[in-house]
Each structure stands twice: as C-alpha cells, then as structure tokens.
Design a protein around this ligand. Sequence first.
Ligand SMILES: Nc1ncnc2c1ncn2[C@@H]1O[C@H](COP(=O)(O)OP(=O)(O)O)[C@@H](O)[C@H]1O
Ligand SMILES: [Mg+2]
Length: 283
Amino acid sequence: MRFEGSNTYVATPDLMLAVNAAITLQRPLLIKGEPGTGKTMLAEEVANALGAPLLQWHIKSTTKAQQGLYEYDAVSRLRDSQLGGKDGERVRDIANYIVKGVLWQALEADKPTVILIDEIDKADIEFPNDLLRELDRMEFYVYETQQLVKAKHRPIVFITSNNEKELPDAFLRRCFFHYIKFPDSETMQKIVDVHFPGLKKALLKEALEVFFELREVPGLKKKPSTSELLDWLKLLLAEEIPPEALRSKDRKVAVPPLHGALLKNEQDVHLFERLVFMAKHNR
Ligand SMILES: Nc1ncnc2c1ncn2[C@@H]1O[C@H](COP(=O)(O)OP(=O)(O)O)[C@@H](O)[C@H]1O
Ligand SMILES: [Mg+2]
C-alpha cells in the first residue's frame, strides 16, 4: 500500500514520503503543523486513496484513552435491570453493555483500516501514555468479559497535534513524525486550484499576494491559514470582487474587502488598520 496524493489533496513529496514511511514501519504517523494546514484532511485522503475505512476519533479535553478501547455502560444496565420483563435476559450478560471504541472497531475489522486520532494535544498528559501499549501491540484485554481483542489487520494510525502540549518521550519514540510546513506560494496555488479550478489568474495572484503579506504582519495574534484563504476566495467569488479591489490605487496595502474571513480578532484588525494608515501617510 502506497500513498501517491490525490486530485482533491495537494501532498508535497516530503509529506508523501512520511506517510509511506509510517506505513512501512507500521508505526503511527504523528503530524504537527499550524491549524488549517490539512492535517485532519490527510487521514481522510489516505483512507480514500487506499480504499480503507476511516475510523475517526476526535479528542476533547475530557477524552480518556479507555474510550478508544471500550466503555462499560453501567447506567443502561441499571436501567434495564429496574425495568425487568424481557430485558432480564439482556441484563445478565455484561457483554451487552460493552460499547466498542474506535480501536476495537479497527482491530476486529475484516480489512486494514485507517485510524485518525485527531488533536491528541487536547487531552490530558496521561492520554498518550495510556495508549502506548495498545498502539504498539495492537491488542488489549477486556476485563469485564475476559476477552482478548487482537488485531486481524494492523490499522494505519494518524495522530494530529496543534502543538498545544508537549507529548511524552516514550510516545514520540513510537511514532514517525512529520511537520507540515506552511505552504509556500507555489504549493498554495495548487491547493487553491484543487478547490477553485476555474479561478481567474489575476484574482488568484492578487489574493495570494495580499494573503502572504498579511501573514507577514509582525505581531498578529492569529495568522490566517489555508482554510481562511479558501473561505476568503469563496466570498470574493460570490461577491464578484475584482482583483483591483484588493489593493489601493497606489498598490500600497489596503484593508482587504471581507477581511473578516482572514482576521479573526479585533486586535489583529486594529493592528492591520494602523499599518495601512502608516503606509498611506509615509509617502
Ligand atoms: N494540502 C491541501 N490540499 C487541499 N486542501 C487543503 C490542503 N491543506 C488544507 N486544505 C484545506 O484546508 C481545510 C483545513 O484543513 P484541515 O485538514 O482541517 O486542517 P488541520 O486539521 O491541519 O487544522 C481543508 O478542509 C481543506 O479545504
Ligand atoms: Mg484538524
């Protein structure tokens, strides 16, 4: 199984190399990068390209490692036991109240699957360590039913992180690591092309220049990323904004139309307006 990119996702050669290295090593691929650089989408694309089912696990601050294996639904069992009647049969067998998690579903699947553990840095520090053994061995024990769940096929595991927390060394040692660099202008053009195939060259050129200049503004709290650029372009197209409108007449910086798609807090908008003001008065 090899990943060669797709016509809906622009993968740079180093990213494809990383994906295939992780598949060869049978190790999880840990992907970091700014938000909006296509980390989540990568897992979807690889699953698609390989024709493998994708099992997604979106991590929240309250997510526990155990939930990826299974959970015991004691509340339902108690309720069923109080109802009595024909549910009596059901209540006696604890297996009826075991809810399978993503990892279990992947291990028992009849063909190789792709698992996405998305935004692992959202969970508490113990979370990655608690998953080490299961990810390594691809098996775990269910104490409630005294059953060993073992992989029929080893899944391909993608783990993404926005770098909000450091991950433990023992965990890192078991992963193949790749950092998705922010796309350069050329790669970004390809990405835009995938989403807006018929986009006019002039608008694309102007929009990309404004976008990359905006990212360069020193002191921005939140730099706009790929997904913000795509939103902005969508609006420019919907409103039929011409390329000339993205800049002032003297080709100096201007506050771009519909900048709410790019700048997401008032400090950044003020910062940019001040910059534009200074540029205009410094001729
Ligand atoms: N390499 C790429 N090729 C095509 N689209 C991309 C690419 N990178 C980002 N995108 C676009 O940006 C959006 C955000 O990507 P996403 O995977 O959610 O980012 P992340 O998980 O890194 O925050 C995607 O829905 C997609 O539209
Ligand atoms: Mg994501």
